[in-house]
Design a protein around this ligand. Structure first.
Ligand code: TYD
Ligand code: MG
Length: 457
């Protein structure tokens, strides 16, 4: 029944077509078109604050900034990822797969003590009833504060009316896929609904100066369900990720208009809610076995914070013509390159070996500074000789087997020393210039061969 207002919308990317298609010409996904009925004019109002002059240019000096523009939540890991707190009137999208802990995180934000001082908060859930939210609140030990209010509602019109009445400083919507606009006939969670409802919420938050957190579910392909435009519309996009069974989760910014996207926040899921992990190095190092081959400790930096992680490698003789290679937590192409360097420069016959590299703890390492640690772990497994357990490693490897300097050298050395490592292997150019440290021996190398002599003797 194709009526006048019928259109077909790709549920992956939001591409609109007048007729049904098997494959989306925009994003290439198959069977992603769903029929939707358009009964509403597209919204085209702009994001102007109520107290601003609409359509009139202003000098910077005329723009008023009367309030503190950032609100600290007091949840250190979150404030760090946002860039020292929530920016007033900003919209933050929090994505993550089901069960990762989004609702828990947001309820904890809503109840964060520092935030509750002088700010009103409205937590809207379209997924849980009032009583379910109360049960969760009791589980994570939320005080029954007067300025935190809960609403269990799906209708965007009701939500908007309540927001206008309550005038909260912080609004939380859990989740955008469960909210619907009754004027649009397609189902909640469809592209049209997600786009319309989030547009409404963003306009509301910008015009009233309300900071808003919106939860978005993640599809199988790892994107936030609904149109990609959603990510363009909001100020900040956070992903909450981690392995389902691992108790710790990582909060990462993939877009941030008000801060860096390098920072990560690490949380641990406990019986009574999420707890920030302030000392990640010790978390990733706890189960490390000493004197096993195929393991090396890398001094990494995530954002502004040093993190020591264990790199593991397993090389074993392959029974296939095409040996298997698998990288988990590091870049696959980088690992292949390092295998080639080991073969060519160090004469290790690795081409007949299956090779697996893994970063312990499920954390993703993208720094080239991890090259030397990965190469050391692989060589250690190949030779069946452990890397001494008191050595921490960082440095980038060039194609010629040369070791290149990396940034934040001193921070990496200091973290290794703090965790009790006695020696640190690094590029020569990263050796601290201002005197040697007494607590840790810095070994500088400029070629892979020298590095291996230092490690394996
Ligand atoms: P939830 O926040 O509901 O995840 P999401 O909103 O992302 O779907 O919770 C995820 C899991 O965390 C759930 O399986 C139960 C568990 N959990 C705890 O282990 N401890 C707690 O204190 C809470 C509230 C939940
Ligand atoms: Mg939830």
């Amino acid at each position: 029944m194709a009526g006048k207002n019928t259109k077909y919308v790709c549920q992956e990317c939001g591409y609109v077509s007048a007729k049904w298609m098997g494959r989306c010409p925009e994003c290439g996904n198959w069977q992603s078109f769903v029929e939707e009925f358009d009964t509403k004019r597209p919204n085209s109002r702009s994001y102007v604050m109520d107290d601003e002059k609409n359509g009139v240019p202003m000098k910077l000096s005329e723009i008023k900034m009367d309030r503190e523009e950032r609100i600290k939540t007091g949840i250190g890991e979150l404030d760090r990822v946002l860039g020292s707190g929530i920016v007033r009137g900003s919209v933050v999208l929090v994505g993550g797969s089901p069960g990762i802990g989004k609702s828990t995180l947001l309820l904890q934000i809503a109840a964060a003590e520092t935030l509750l001082k002088g700010n009103d908060i409205l937590y809207v859930s379209g997924e849980e009833s009032f009583r379910q939210i109360k049960m969760r609140a009791q589980r994570i030990g939320v005080e029954e504060e007067a300025n935190l209010k809960i609403l269990s509602e799906n209708n965007i019109e009701t939500i908007k009316a309540q927001v206008k009445r309550e005038k909260p400083d912080l609004l939380i919507i859990d989740s955008i896929q469960t909210v619907y606009n009754p004027e649009i006939t397609s189902a909640p969670g469809s592209v049209s609904q997600v786009r319309e409802c989030s547009g409404d919420l963003i306009r509301l938050s910008k015009s009233k100066g309300i900071s808003t957190f919106i939860v978005g579910h993640v599809t199988k392909s790892g994107n936030i369900a609904g149109p990609k435009v959603l990510e363009h519309m909001v100020d900040t996009v956070l992903y909450f990720e981690g392995e389902r069974h691992a108790s710790y989760k990582i909060l990462r910014a993939v877009k941030n208009r008000f801060g860096s996207t390098d920072e990560i926040g690490i949380f641990e899921m406990t019986g009574d809610g999420l707890r920030g992990v302030e000392n990640p190095s010790s978390l990733f190092m706890t189960d490390r076995k000493k004197d096993t081959s195929g393991s090396a400790v890398f001094c990494g930096v995530e954002g502004t914070r040093p993190v020591l992680v264990e790199m593991q490698a397993l090389l074993s003789y392959s029974s296939f013509n095409m040996p298997r290679r698998m990288a988990s937590g590091v870049d696959y192409n980088r690992m292949i390159m390092l295998l080639a360097v080991l073969e060519k420069n160090m004469g290790l016959q690795v081409q007949s070996q299956d090779a697996y590299v893994n970063v312990v703890g499920g954390i993703q390492i993208n720094e080239p500074a991890s090259d030397l640690a990965i190469a050391a772990a692989m060589a250690s497994s190949f030779r069946n000789t452990p890397v001494p357990s008191d050595v921490a490693i960082f440095g980038e490897i060039g194609l010629g087997g040369e070791i290149r300097g990396v940034s934040n050298g001193e921070m990496r050395i200091a973290e290794a020393a703090r965790l009790g490592f006695k020696r640190c292997l690094m590029p020569k150019s990263n050796i601290p210039t201002k005197g040697m440290r007494r607590d840790i021996e810095c070994i500088g190398v400029d070629a892979l061969a020298d590095a291996f002599v230092a490690i394996f003797g």
